[in-house]
Write a protein that binds this ligand. Structure first.
Ligand SMILES: [Zn+2]
Length: 312
């Protein structure tokens, strides 16, 4: 057991922990597992090579080099940070994007032919598919562990970036006969990787409006938090899940993006006992600074008063 790969150990432990979940939750987990098993035992993958991680044929060379060097400097060399907390960089080889797109297309063809009812990626997207549901879970786990976690450890440590331990991986499709846009929201993730896979499109820009905790999610944004990003195929955007954002309408063509919502169970557990999120929530930080300003002002006033008393 001890010498087994990490993935098998996790599977083993998940099996044990399942017995301790509340009944309703256990049912839900079991049902989803049956659903996934039903797909995997019936769907014939088109490109088998996609189902295990092959870094050399997946990523562009500068990205591979940066991750293998594994320092803040090496990441900064390939990444831009056009707005605080939003990182963009070239990530996938065009060939890999094409393979993944054709695999997703093949999966959807199978879904239609088999008249299989699939679950969509989330409540906001009517089009798209959950990659974890048709066999890509292990590959995406490797993507998170070996490539996204080292980067998140450096740039998103305050939201559990170094302890990311589960993910939700899916593709979303926009354009004619697909979803048009996506409203303003936060993701159910600590760190989100969003990579454009193609194809030809116009519009579809991402707009960002600052990071917020649960309590402040609907508060206003400040001018320095307003940022728009235009997708480029093969290029990734990495941001905190709590960074509020949305996607403008894809006005022509067809746009498909890969999303990897990375989660940290450690961070989620710790968060329950905290009230101040000024290390990442823009509004908590503003309130904290305001409190400090008030307290300094009060101290000054008190000192002046005492001085006045002593000279009187
Ligand atoms: Zn807050």
């Amino acid at each position: 057991m001890l010498g087994m790969p990490r993935y098998d150990k996790v599977k083993f432990m998940t099996e044990i922990l399942l017995k301790y979940l509340p009944h309703g939750e256990r049912n839900r987990v079991q049902k989803h597992r049956d659903y996934r098993q039903k797909i995997i035992s019936n769907y014939q993958p088109l490109h088998r090579e996609l189902y295990s991680m092959h870094p050399a044929t997946t990523f562009v060379t500068p990205f591979l080099k940066a991750v293998s060097d594994n320092t803040e400097e090496s990441f900064r060399r390939i990444m831009s940070e056009p707005s605080p907390g939003v990182f963009t960089f070239e990530m996938f080889q065009p060939q890999f994007c094409e393979l993944l797109l054709s695999e997703v297309e093949n999966f959807e063809k199978w879904v239609n032919e088999a008249k299989f009812r699939i679950m969509r990626p989330n409540t906001m997207n009517k089009y798209g598919a959950v990659l974890d549901d048709f066999g890509l879970e292990t590959m995406l786990d490797k993507l998170m562990e070996n490539f996204i976690r080292p980067i998140s450890k450096v740039f998103f440590a305050e939201v559990g970036g170094s302890t990311l331990d589960s993910h939700h991986g899916f593709v979303v499709e926009y354009g004619e006969d697909r979803d048009a846009d996506l409203g303003f929201h936060v993701d159910d993730s600590e760190v989100t990787l969003n990579v454009c896979l193609g194809k030809q499109f116009s519009g579809g820009e991402l707009f960002f409006r600052g990071t917020r905790c649960d309590k402040h999610v609907n508060s206003g944004s400040h001018s320095e938090e307003i940022f728009d990003y235009s997708h480029v195929p093969g290029c990734a955007v990495l941001h905190r899940g709590r960074h509020r954002h949305g996607a403008r309408a894809t006005t022509s063509g067809h746009r498909i993006n890969l999303l990897l919502w990375c989660r940290s169970s450690v961070f989620r557990e710790m968060k329950k006992y905290q009230k101040d999120f000024s290390s990442w929530c823009g509004e908590c930080l503003r309130e904290k600074k305001e409190r400090q300003r008030m307290s300094i002002r009060a101290t000054k006033r008190e000192l002046l008063r005492r001085e006045g008393e002593s000279t009187a």
